[in-house]
Design a protein around this ligand. Structure first.
Ligand code: 6GU
Length: 246
């Protein structure tokens, strides 16, 4: 059998893992050996008796920066230079935004080495030396890379073979078609909210007309995308036009 998809995670807060990844689909897949998680405490690489891993930024400014020598030691332990083909990803709001295409590529590969920074970040030289890919999970600032690592791993692990039961739900979902998903409804068909207002399920969904239901869902998906994500909408329209010109 081929080796399981393997994540190695470098962090100053190893107790944060597996965290949410020990639950639900990801947790079951972890127990079953579909993927593995090695958590490495960066502080174990400290060389002084205080266990320092950071220092003041050259040039001044707020906060502390993680030392390149300490992070380098941690990476030397994590990476086997002979046969480790896994990308090294440093999680930072300075990084390229994570998207479903990158998530898919990671799921298709052997695994990932994730470096979580704290404080103001990691000395740039060690990132350059290891050709670390800098990745962000969105335009907001987290207090550290750890929750971002959980997000990235969650997105990848659900794509690993055998993790998601219903494979059909994959190709139809958000982003796989470049659109946000249509809204979902279930029983009861007639429901009264807390103000006493009757809220019925859109009639088309209980009509049994599968063709018309598909059309309705597509329209709903397009409308939501146009209103909420003009960036995705532009891309979708451009690709549709390109398809028609062929
Ligand atoms: Cl990857 N790290 C931190 N600290 N903040 C973020 C982020 C990553 N992505 C978005 N905000």
């Amino acid at each position: 059998m081929a080796d399981a998809w393997a994540a190695t995670l470098l962090t100053l807060f190893p107790e944060m893992f597996p965290g949410s990844l020990g639950q639900s689909l990801a947790g079951k897949a972890l127990d079953e050996g579909t993927w593995r998680l090695d958590v490495q405490d960066i502080r174990a690489e400290a060389v002084d008796r205080h266990g320092s891993v950071d220092d003041e930024p050259f040039g001044g400014g707020a906060g502390m920066v993680m030392r390149p020598d300490i992070v380098d030691s941690a990476l030397r332990i994590a990476v086997n230079p002979v046969d480790d083909k896994r990308p090294i990803i440093y999680l930072t709001p300075r990084g390229r935004p994570l998207d479903q295409a990158r998530v898919r590529d990671l799921a298709d590969g052997p695994g990932v080495i994730l470096l979580c920074g704290r404080y103001e970040g990691v000395d740039q030289r060690v990132l350059d030396a290891w050709q670390a890919e800098e990745v962000s999970v969105g335009d907001y600032v987290l207090s550290g890379g750890e929750p971002a690592a959980l997000v990235l791993l969650d997105a990848v692990i659900r794509l690993l073979p055998g993790v998601m039961g219903a494979v059909e739900s994959l190709s139809e979902e958000s982003f796989e078609r470049g659109l946000l998903e249509y809204p979902h409804y279930t029983r009861p068909a007639d429901w009264v909210d807390r103000q006493g207002q009757e809220r019925k399920v859109p009639e088309i969904l209980t009509s049994g007309h599968h063709g018309r239901i598909s059309e309705w869902r597509k329209t709903q998906a397009e409308q939501a995308t146009r209103e909420r994500r003009p960036d995705l909408w532009q891309h979708y329209v451009a690709k549709k036009d390109e398809g028609q010109r062929r």
